[in-house]
Write a protein that binds this ligand. Structure first.
Ligand SMILES: [Zn+2]
Ligand SMILES: [Zn+2]
Length: 582
């Protein structure tokens, strides 16, 4: 969306928040209004309803009142008031008084905006002619929210809504919300028996069931296969490391709050669970003398990583405390960086296309307001930030700037993939790093015999397996492509008579490397089919008398198209589909 369009949309939504407050004030005269901004998905307004309980069932009534009131709102009239006058006007509302005191102490001009009969303390930013423009809105949900986001304060009632310039945009948004609910990975993960969480194990630490673990292995295996073609070498590193490692890397100073501390029973030594593989990989590099001829050295590692996320922010597979990534570190000469990054970018392209993701990169740069957050020479940062732009341009990749999103040791190129619902997710990243090699004093012997520093490229393709699992589950709505489906073909014998035939061909299909299950239950055929569909299995085969006699298989895909084949033909067809990853 263009900046201009976004500004207009924000004005529309902020105006809708006024309208919501007006409707609530009419229906619940004792409710105290607090604040109501526009947000990415629409707008909200926080109220203190006192002892009155508000539920979702009240939203239609409030929305109806909004539609009545809007007809009388011809404009937003700006009134500049003295501190005393504003305080008098809002004397009954301690929340507004707190804001008024704060704004006036900052020397701000205090303004009240009036639309229809409704007045609210506000700095401005509304649409003209609200009665004509503000038509396509909807209240969406209720939530609790602490006053000013501080849990020591009173819990308020937040009413969320959304508004758009057209009915079509509103309808599309509401459809997306419904669709996203159906595709929620937490729901699908349970229904398809892929992963779960246990209170005994702890929140944010997913447990993969056999089927989920299989999908995870298949994803990592795919990346591993493509990487080995590009000369990556897999390494294996421990889950914990001494604090010294992270002091040297800078994580101890800049990242400690996100790391789990580990203590030994036998010493006072401080250890940490590793939040990333980079520092360990520098030590593998440093374990041997390296010559310019040995470079590039491409190390890859699927080790588990741990980050101490705030418990309140943990959310399904979207925000976890234990995860692993398809992480790699390339140690190379500076003149090799371009070729290496281009190769990594090409690998990413291949994988994104296999999943049907459109994507762009976010060039994550320094926060100009907070230079103290970053390690290393600002001149090197300048160089690396410019370098990222030339990489994007050279590879014809769409990109945008993300100030303040850089890692503490260098700028990043973050891959943002768009899923089937048009939602954007950050998956993986590429970083050119000159800080870590410097801190760990890594070196190689150059052609002229001098010692030089290698450059370290941090690179992931799919990113974390957890996030990839979440995004793919929601992208495919649980209906994975054949190669990624835990069960590829469900055999449905019509009766007990065909059971031995089903078991016989299941054996042959498994031997051919296909993942097959026989529904041996005594459910009716209809129920067996419903179950196979619910489990989102790509193919089902109904085995009746004719199939058993003719030694054929009638397979049916998810779209309901069916075809009768011999066993060998079935194996050939499915194997081909698995290989081509369709
Ligand atoms: Zn306003
Ligand atoms: Zn790294």
């Amino acid at each position: 969306m263009s900046d201009n369009k976004q500004v207009e949309l924000d004005k529309l939504r902020h105006s809708a928040a006024h309208l919501l407050a007006a409707a609530v004030s009419e229906l619940y005269p004792d409710a105290k209004r607090t604040i109501g901004p526009a947000i990415e998905s629409g707008f909200y307004y926080d109220f203190d309803f006192g002892d009155t309980k508000i539920t979702d069932a009240d939203l239609p009534k409030i929305e109806k009142k909004m539609r009545q009131l809007i007809t009388t709102w011809k404009n937003f009239e700006r009134h500049e008031l003295s501190v005393d006058d504003v305080k008098t006007e809002f004397s009954h509302n301690e929340y507004k008084l707190e804001l008024i005191n704060e704004f006036s102490s900052e020397g701000q001009t205090l303004t009240v905006y009036q639309s229809g009969d409704f007045r609210d303390l506000c700095r401005g930013g509304h649409i003209d002619e609200p009665n004509k423009v503000l038509k396509f809105f909807k209240l969406t949900k209720l939530a609790g929210a602490y006053w000013r986001g501080d849990e020591k304060n009173k819990m308020l009632t937040r009413i969320y809504g959304t508004a758009f310039a057209t009915q079509e945009e509103l309808d599309h948004y509401l459809w997306l919300q419904e669709e996203a609910k159906k595709r929620d990975h937490r729901k699908l993960g349970r229904e398809l028996d892929l992963f779960s969480f246990s209170d005994y194990v702890g929140s944010g630490m997913p447990l993969y069931s056999p089927k989920g673990a299989l999908v995870r292995r298949l994803l990592n295996g795919y990346v591993e296969e493509l990487q080995s073609r590009q000369g990556y070498l897999q390494v294996h590193t421990p889950q914990i490391a001494k604090a010294e490692l992270f002091k040297k890397s800078g994580h101890y100073d800049k990242y400690k709050e996100d790391m789990f501390r580990v203590v030994s029973n036998y010493s006072d030594e401080e250890f940490f669970l590793k939040p990333m593989n980079c520092p360990q990989h520098t030590q593998i590099y440093a374990s041997q003398a390296r010559s310019y001829r040995d470079l590039p050295l491409r190390l890859t590692d699927f080790a588990m990583l741990y980050r101490d996320e705030k418990p309140g922010e943990l959310n399904g597979l979207a925000r976890v405390r234990s995860f692993s990534t398809d992480d790699a570190h390339i140690f190379c000469r500076e003149d090799q960086v371009d070729a290496e990054v281009d190769m990594a970018v090409a690998l990413t392209k291949e994988i994104m296309e296999a999943f049907g993701f459109k994507y762009r990169y976010r060039l994550s740069t320094r926060d100009p307001q907070h230079p103290e957050k970053y390690l290393g020479d600002p001149k090197v940062w300048d160089k690396l930030e410019k370098w990222a732009v030339t990489i994007m341009e050279r590879n014809n990749i769409p990109y945008y700037e993300g100030p303040g999103e850089a890692a503490f040791y260098g700028p990043k190129m973050d891959l943002m993939a768009t899923d089937a619902l048009g939602r954007e997710w950050q998956l993986s990243t590429v970083q050119i790093d000159m800080v870590q090699p410097e801190r760990f004093e890594l070196e190689y012997t150059a052609e002229d015999g001098t010692k030089k520093r290698p450059v370290m490229i941090h690179r992931a393709i799919l990113g974390s397996s957890e996030r990839a699992m979440m995004v793919l589950l929601e992208h495919y709505s649980g209906a994975f492509p054949l190669w990624l489906s835990p069960v590829q073909l469900m055999l449905l014998p019509i009766s007990e008579t065909e059971l031995s035939y089903a078991q016989e061909i299941a054996k042959s299909l498994s031997r051919a490397g296909l993942r097959v299950e026989v529904d041996e239950s005594n459910r009716t055929l209809g129920k067996k089919m419903v179950r196979a569909r619910e489990l989102k299995i790509p193919y089902m085969a109904i085995l009746g008398k004719a199939e058993a006699e003719n030694k054929t298989i009638t397979i049916k895909n998810r779209a309901g198209e069916q075809i009768t084949l011999t066993l060998d033909e079935t194996i050939a067809k499915l194997t081909q589909e698995v290989l081509s990853k369709v």
